[in-house]
Design a protein around this ligand. Structure first.
Ligand SMILES: [Fe+2]
Ligand SMILES: [Fe+2]
Length: 442
């Protein structure tokens, strides 16, 4: 007899990840996932499931619709409701023939345990004839929520073998996972032996999610990023009007980013390192470039998306111990990691469908300066794209502000002097400088 088929239905990706992690790590079964009632019904039509763990409130058919479908189609699948509300609150469950259990959110761990003890006792799954798998899957998204690897983590190769990709205790960040995301790998593996340690760690994340303080709380992330952008602007003397212009455009782009797994992962990274040079400089840059673009009249939706995404993600491959790119650029010898960061970020962004075309190009041009004194292609500013020029000019502005501030020398006139020097590099920059004055920046 094969492993029992279990279907987990929830519109929140984090909850699907966590419940399937608990189920996978503790019971020999095969897990399928659905993100709403409609997808669940489609899967139930295609395949026979022994058990379904189903949320109630979901878009495109709720948990009640799924239950009704099971009753009406005469299926014998055992139904477990997973919700913060109890089944008694919904009339559809009055016919309780298929109702097998109730997992009350956020007590997922205990709920899953109880349900499966009962499930094991009632089904033919004896502990003897189904041996526990030695590796169990864990979603990369869940792993990223941890601060360091609690156990050894493995990758499953196409020949069925497992290789260790993270050692226990190793510190990592989102960019370490990009190579897996890029290949469409959303699961890595842990050994059964380490289940307990992993469960303890994951339990903390669940507590955070249920308290609404989790890093994975999307709406909160959007608000937090927006606050960061606006407060950094204020800190450096931007006038109110500027903030208003950029607020809506930045907000729209962040919402688009949240719809993509890789981009939302990168946003979470930026939030995690907030206060660091990279994150302050990237958030500020997003506001400055958008404000300038509006002034130039480049204010289409796609343009602001390109500029905001370029700003937020142009330095994601830099480690957050970089102090300031401007001072770094003055070093004679740049290390390989620094030289490669524009290209790595550009290649990543170009692969993501939600990112508008040419965004990678802007990112690629971030360090092309003067008459070919920059990298990686060493081309003159006049050979870069107009949006690339706007971006590099804004990048100078932000870096000069941060550099002056870190030395305690920030005044508007000191900044103006520095920007005049920057503008000497290109006639286009001179035009941008005039616009900055019109924005009453100085
Ligand atoms: Fe950079
Ligand atoms: Fe940068």
């Amino acid at each position: 007899m094969g492993k029992p088929q279990v279907l987990i239905v929830d519109d929140e990706e984090e909850i699907r990840d966590i419940v399937s992690f608990f189920v996978d790590s503790s019971y020999p079964c095969e897990v399928s996932l659905a993100c709403d009632g409609e997808e669940a019904i489609r899967l139930l039509n295609e395949k026979k499931f022994e058990l379904i763990i189903c949320d109630y409130n979901m878009p495109h058919k709720n948990g009640g619709d799924v239950y009704k479908f099971l009753l009406e189609s005469g299926q014998s699948c055992k139904y477990v409701m997973c919700s913060s509300e109890s089944p008694q609150s919904f009339p559809v469950f009055q016919d309780s023939r298929l109702m097998f259990g109730y997992i009350q959110k956020p007590n997922l761990m205990n709920g899953v345990k109880e349900v499966f003890q009962k499930f094991k006792a009632q089904s033919d799954v004896s502990n003897n004839n189904v041996s526990m798998q030695s590796y169990f899957p864990i979603s990369t998204r869940l792993l990223i929520s941890l601060n360091n690897m609690p156990v050894n983590i493995f990758l499953k190769l196409s020949d069925g073998k497992y290789v260790k990709v993270f050692s226990e205790g190793s510190v990592f960040d989102e960019t370490d996972f990009l190579k897996y995301e890029g290949k469409g790998i959303s699961q890595l593996y842990a050994l059964n032996l380490s289940t307990d340690v992993l469960v303890q760690k994951v339990q903390k994340i669940i507590d955070n999610i249920s308290k609404g303080t989790g890093k994975t709380n999307k709406a909160q992330a959007v608000v937090e990023i927006q606050d960061l952008v606006l407060s950094t602007l204020k800190d450096y003397g931007f006038h109110e009007g500027l903030a208003q212009v950029v607020e809506a455009q930045i907000n729209d782009t962040i919402k688009i980013c949240e719809q993509d797994r890789t981009l939302s992962m990168l946003l979470n990274k930026m939030l995690k390192i907030k206060g660091s040079y990279i994150s302050r400089h990237s958030f500020m840059l997003s506001a400055v470039t958008v404000a300038l673009a509006n002034k130039v009249g480049w204010n289409s939706e796609t343009t602001s998306q390109k500029l905001v995404m370029s700003s937020l993600f142009h330095d994601v491959f830099l480690k957050d111990d970089v102090i300031n790119e401007v001072s770094r650029l003055e070093l004679k010898e740049l290390d390989e990691e620094f030289i490669n960061h524009p290209q790595k970020a550009a290649q990543l962004l170009d692969k993501i469908p939600k990112v508008p075309p040419d965004t990678g190009r802007i990112v690629m041009e971030q360090h092309e300066v003067g008459e070919g004194a920059g990298f990686p292609r060493a081309i003159a500013i006049s050979e870069t794209t107009p949006l690339g020029q706007l971006f590099t000019f804004s990048h100078y502005l932000v870096d000069e502000i941060l550099d002056l501030s870190s030395k305690g020398e920030f005044t508007m006139s000191a900044l103006e002097q520095r920007m005049e020097k920057v503008a000497d590099q290109s006639s286009r920059y001179k035009k941008f400088l005039t616009l900055l004055n019109e924005l009453k920046f100085f």
